[in-house]
Design a binder for this molecule. Sequence first.
Ligand SMILES: *[C@@H]1O[C@H](CO)[C@@H](O)[C@H](O)[C@H]1NC(C)=O
Length: 362
Amino acid sequence: MAYYLYIPKWLFLTGIIAMKYYCCVTAAAVARKGKVPAVIVFGDSSVDAGNNNQILTLLKSNFKPYGRDFSGSRPTGRFCNGRIPPDFISEGFGLKPAVPAYLDPMYDISDFATGVCFASAGTGYDNATSDVLNVIPLWKEVEYYKEYQNKLRAHLGDRKANRILRQALYLVSLGTNDFLENYYIFPRRQSQFTVEEYQDFLVGIARNFFTKLHSLGARKFSLTGVPPMGCLPLERATNIFGHNECEEKYNKVAAQFNAKLKNMVAKLNQELRGLRLVFTDSVYDIFYDMVKKPSSYGFEVVGVACCSTGTFEMSYLCSELNPFTCSDANKYLFWDAFHPTEKTNHIISSHLIPFLKQKFLN
Ligand SMILES: *[C@@H]1O[C@H](CO)[C@@H](O)[C@H](O)[C@H]1NC(C)=O
């Protein structure tokens, strides 16, 4: 008799333990899935928070008037009068209002645990692009990321660090410089590749980049393609025979390149287990819409930039001594000849944040 009594008792206990385990593991898994504990950034000047301040390059922006609308009127090395998209996105996910640059000595690993930027203005997918202005190549951004992983593990322990690295949202934005600073300026790549072949070459590098980061434990990515780069003030300024309208040839190359990136993204999501890589198509479209219908976004000027004459100046040429710089950057789509104003970055981010939340918080 005793024998029969014991069995249900044990089953009951086992059941409780199993149920408890099931309940809490599941609850934890749900909580984990719906969380973005950090924003980690790779790319070029569209997302660089100031890494170029610390390297030997001429491509810098850590002086006024850059940053004049940033918190504390502080030039940080962002190519903007204020904040850039990763800052707004980080804030949108309930994290810091500004993502710090990895090489900035003002910050350390405890700051970087909730967000870090490895981007470098002037870089591209192609090593030859980062060579032009001696900036950080994409492969080196990945090396810094590996170093960051080790520091984070030392700081928080393996378990906690690995969880952050897995659940973080990775923002990736580059490609414009490969075309405008490299392919269309220097003959080397043009003699090797047609522009279609060059696009494929870059997409191959992008593919390897995501595969590498996936193997290092990253999962959630947002990839931004290139903007309608023929509408950047610098390109308009050189479109003399086209009456300084957008250089549609470059816009076409941009759209074509974005389509190829999107295609690669769809394939990679099928191939790599657990990968959640989204391509943000809408950035090109919003950008183009702002250029074509500025007043519906509150802009008054889209053909030239706020800084100096607004046609070719950026970095050191966009200096505080220049008397032509506009007084209200909010009326302008572009801050310097190559980069959007904070207002433009804010509008783009406001479109992106609900999309990214829907993708990564569910
Ligand atoms: C870029 O340079 C790095 C370091 O030299 C190298 O490992 C990598 O293969 C290069 N990438 C391409 C696409 O050539």
